[in-house]
Ligand binder design. Structure first.
Ligand code: XMP
Length: 540
């Protein structure tokens, strides 16, 4: 079955949760795409969705210039689900009334739902579990002896306005203390609206509600599985590439490694991978990745030790953006030289992910513009290469699932993100071989201890930063005057926002003791307690 034959269209009105809607739908094994709210009726028709979801958004439907969708989408005969702003907009466009409220309702709420509505059929209410602090386990448990008649559902609200009067043809299918219209439906036209957010974890029955929309209302089948994705992707790569040669740059990160393994599955040794050692990698990084891909997957890998070249170019550079540009430009040069050695290379495989290609504004977080990233656009033009981007449709967690389905080891799949400019943007000030060596050792201890404490996969990123500050210390009877290392550990969903990890004191203590004892040139370790925003994850 074609995995794209049944798809859901999500129209984005700028909600911070839009991406979550997509992820929940994909988790239900239904393919979906996010597009801006104003893509126009023709594009919506040619997309041929099985259902349309209107996301939430920060505006009020009464704001000047508030985002509006073409009313004709309600006449396409395609089911529509409006979430929060999406529901208010639906109500307003179809002749109902929306009330501007003075106070926002933000947080958990209870709603009584009508279990005769398709949206709420066969739902077993999940109740919050009261746990002792520090005890693991699920936050919510289903109460199978309670029906939705008897128990209200816990949901997450985040809205200012609310629907005051339903449009003609609609009925209320949920109410709360705060509103008679927490959800609405027009069963005949298959148009639904929910005031709350079924896509967030704080709506524990949200998956079932979205599932009801997908399966009962839209009639989708759960056909978007990794196995079906692999079959389709391999067929597409074969078709596109034919007998052509493909080159793929691998960095040690998950995305490029999964791309390489997938393309290799499709075309075998017509793929050559290039691994550029730029001198600012983590300790043993290059060896580990190379040996795994070579030994377990028998791939052709050209490893280029260009560390000398990179460090020479970086000499005297202190400005973070200049470091990035220098490394980016040198990378492209080295990569080009290597790629030219491969006969008849016609394609470049790249691990571009779905969040990189979503057109909508709400995904372009500040980092996208504040910090520049690698750009291989020039390379494509110069070498006349065509792009192969088999992960373009996937979210990061789907890439991990794909890697697992391809038999890749956890060591690669669970790797924390690591920036292209590597340790260079974690050495504040000039990057020298000596400072790289100090940071590499300190960083390696941080990772060892974080892994030993079982925290590595629970944390988004954990690493050491070498500061351009020397401080006084005492070792034995001697005064020292050495470098300071900062420890950084953050949790995050997508790198756009982040919070610092409340690491156990014992783990911090072990890291600090080991770094100061084992790394020559460091006599002080400090912990970074800044979240993003207003700070960033990396220090440069
Ligand atoms: P910041 O520091 O902006 O980082 O909060 C957000 C995420 O992006 C990574 N990052 C980079 N990745 N090239 C990359 O490939 C870069 O120049 C770069 N700068 C930051 C960072 O590690 C985090 O995951």
């Amino acid at each position: 079955m074609d995995i794209h034959s049944q798809k859901i269209l999500i129209l984005d009105f700028g909600s911070q949760y839009t991406q979550l809607i997509a992820r929940r739908i994909r988790e239900a094994k239904v393919y979906c795409e996010i597009h801006p709210y104003n893509i126009g009726l023709d594009r919506i028709k040619s997309f041929a969705p099985r259902g349309i979801v209107l996301s939430g958004g920060p505006s009020s439907v009464y704001d000047k210039g508030a985002p509006v969708v073409d009313k004709k989408i309600f006449g396409l005969g395609v089911p529509v689900l409006g979430i929060c702003y999406g529901m208010q907009l639906t109500a307003k466009l179809l002749g109902g009334k929306v009330e501007r409220s003075k106070k926002r309702e933000y947080g958990g709420a209870s709603v009584h739902v009508d279990d005769k509505s398709d949206l709420f059929k066969d739902i077993v209410p999940k109740i919050k579990v009261i746990k002792e602090p520090g005890v693991d386990g699920p936050d919510y448990l289903p109460f199978s002896n309670l029906s939705t008649d008897e128990a209200p559902l816990n949901v997450w609200m985040s809205h200012g306005d609310k629907v005051k009067e339903l449009p003609r043809g609609f009925r209320s299918v949920a109410y709360s203390n705060n509103t008679d219209f927490a959800a609405m439906e027009d069963e005949g036209r298959r148009i639904y609206g929910v005031q709350f957010h079924p896509e967030v974890v704080h709506t524990p029955n949200g998956d079932e509600i979205l599932g009801n929309f997908l399966f009962r209302v839209c009639g989708c089948m759960p056909s978007w599985t990794m196995k079906s994705f692999i079959d389709t992707a391999i067929a597409e790569i074969k078709e596109k590439v034919g007998e052509g040669r493909v080159v793929c740059g691998i960095s040690g990160g998950v995305d490029s490694a999964v791309t390489a393994v997938l393309v290799h599955r499709a075309i075998g040794n017509n793929l050559t991978c290039i691994f550029v050692d730029n001198g600012v990698l983590r300790k043993n990084e290059a060896d580990k990745v190379e040996s795994t891909l070579k030994k377990s997957f028998h791939m052709k890998i050209r490893r280029v030790d260009a560390s000398g070249r990179f460090l020479k170019k970086l000499k005297g550079t202190e400005d973070p953006e200049k470091k990035r540009k220098t490394i980016g430009a040198e990378f492209v040069r080295v990569f080009e030289e290597e790629a030219k050695k491969i006969k008849n290379v016609a394609f470049l495989a790249q691990g571009t992910l779905y969040p990189d290609v979503i057109e909508s504004v709400s995904f372009k977080g500040p980092s996208a513009t504040i910090k520049s990233h690698h750009n291989v656009g020039g390379l494509l033009k110069k070498m006349k290469l065509k792009l192969v981007e088999p992960l373009r449709e996937l979210f990061k967690d789907e890439v991990r699932a794909l890697g697992r389905a391809l038999g890749m080891p956890d060591e690669i799949i669970d790797r924390q993100p690591f920036p292209g400019p590597g340790l260079a943007i974690r050495i504040i000030g000039e990057v020298t071989e000596k400072r790289c060596a100090i940071l590499r050792e300190a960083d390696s201890i941080v990772l060892e201890e974080i892994k030993a404490a079982g925290l590595y996969t629970k944390i988004w990123q954990s690493f050491a930063v070498l500061l351009p500050i020397k401080t006084v210390g005492v070792m034995g009877d001697e005064r020292t005057y050495e470098n300071t290392v900062a420890l950084r550990a953050v949790t995050s969903i997508d790198g756009m926002t982040a919070d610092w990890v409340r690491l156990p004191y014992e783990v911090m203590e072990r890291i600090s003791t080991r770094v100061i004892n084992e790394v020559r040139g460091v006599n002080r370790v400090v912990y970074d307690i800044s979240s993003k925003p207003p700070s960033t994850i990396e220090w440069e």
